[in-house]
Write a protein that binds this ligand. Structure first.
Ligand SMILES: Cc1ncc(COP(=O)(O)O)c(C=O)c1O
Length: 383
């Protein structure tokens, strides 16, 4: 390792939303923001850009689109033209823009439990959520309830996929994606695929962009990716929509133009450096995070009685099923906040089937993770 991922940096007093949400005695382990410093190549690119001292309106730099397209080809075997890529100020903004642009009061299918902004998206635009559950097998691994999925898609004009999935940590297999895509083709449904966690996939699994399944699927899909989760740059608000179909892209770009007046020049400088030069950092970060994933899994199984976890295949989020822990009753979020002083994400905000769960972010220095899990263990033991 060339990067010291064990090092704890003090992020208090930096207007970090993660580190300012709770009082100082609470360890925040919620929002999907890493407690690792971004790669040096990114910091250096920003420093160079800042030193210039001019921050006027930017144009969209061709290098960014070329670098992003080449990387998608190399990492995911999906041939994307740079022209198919459109910059957006965040994936949530992009998903909402797609829903605003491409729905007309019909249904929007989504899989629960769901990342809260995805859960809330349809109704914002006068559409109706058609929810289909992801259900657990006896090991705790989630897969789609296919009957519910088929019914949801049949009643929808758009399907918002989240792959890899936040919060359940699945990197969907090719055959699962094929089955989802076939249903969307059968019912002529547009696919909006949030693939923001695509670079954070652990050994034994791989990321398949749903649009890469076939030209026909690609033509009905808007895919979102970003360097933000991968390289810890979410505050720079720079993400991409990949829209190979020219007609869809034109409509999306026209809708964007009214709302987002030109690119974020610092975000693009950081994103270009991250995509172009950040892979060595990412390789190390992923190995470290996978070690944390294994630590969480074994700690929960050994030391947190009544709590179940299925090891995440991707993302840096552990989805903890606390329904078997008497002490946490049906509100483990409040229990751990008050008794353990650990700030997690409340499963109930991911939909009804998230009740009794909490989500823990393990992209942090190992000593911090050990501290957080230790606090949770002591709180369950009544200490
Ligand atoms: C699935 C998913 N989509 C989108 C986002 C946020 O994306 P952005 O900050 O680019 O809006 C997150 C952040 O946690 C996420 O987990």
């Amino acid at each position: 390792m060339t990067v010291d991922f064990d090092r704890i940096y003090d992020r208090k007093g930096t207007d970090s939303s993660k580190w300012h949400k709770y009082p100082p005695d609470v360890l925040p382990m919620f929002v999907a923001d890493m407690d690792f410093r971004s790669p040096d190549v990114v910091v250096e690119a920003l420093r160079t850009r800042v030193e210039h001292g001019f921050f006027g309106y930017g144009r969209e730099p061709t290098e960014f689109y070329e670098v992003a397209a080449r990387r998608i080809g190399e990492r995911y075997g999906w041939a994307v033209a740079p022209e198919a890529i459109v910059a957006v100020p965040g994936v949530v903004a992009g998903v909402n823009l797609a829903a605003q642009t491409f729905t007309s009061g019909g249904g929007v299918a989504l899989q629960t439990p769901a990342y809260p902004p995805i859960l809330a998206c349809p109704e914002k635009f006068g559409a109706t959520s058609r929810r289909a559950r992801l259900v657990q097998d006896e090991s705790g691994r989630y897969t789609p309830d296919w009957d519910e999925f088929e019914a949801a898609v049949a009643a929808s004009e758009m399907f918002i996929l989240c792959n890899p999935h936040n919060p359940v940590g699945r990197a969907f297999e090719r055959d699962e994606l094929e089955r989802m895509a076939k249903a969307c083709e059968r019912h002529d449904v547009l696919i909006v695929s949030d693939e923001i966690h695509c670079d954070l996939v652990f050994r034994g699994h791989r990321h398949t962009p749903i649009a890469s399944l076939s030209p026909a699927v690609e033509a009905r899909t808007i895919t979102f990716m970003a360097p933000s989760k991968t390289f810890n740059l979410p505050g720079l608000k720079t993400s991409i929509a990949i829209i190979p179909d020219a007609a869809l892209r034109e409509r999306f770009v026209a809708a964007r133009a009214d709302l987002v007046r030109g690119p974020n020049i610092l975000g693009l400088a950081a994103a270009t450096a991250a995509y172009r030069d950040g892979t060595p950092w990412l390789t190390e970060a992923l190995a470290y995070i996978e070690g944390n994933r294994d630590y969480v899994t074994s700690f929960v199984r050994t030391n947190l009685p009544g709590i179940h976890v299925y090891p995440a295949e991707a993302t840096y989020l552990a989805w903890l099923d606390c329904r078997g822990a008497d002490a946490t009753a049906d509100d483990p979020y409040t229990f751990f906040l008050e008794k353990a002083k650990v700030g997690l994400s409340d499963g109930a905000t991911f939909g009804e089937d998230g009740r009794g769960f909490v989500r823990l972010n393990f992209a942090c220095p190992r000593p911090m993770l050990v501290e957080g899990l230790g606090r949770m263990q002591r709180s369950l033991a009544g200490g």
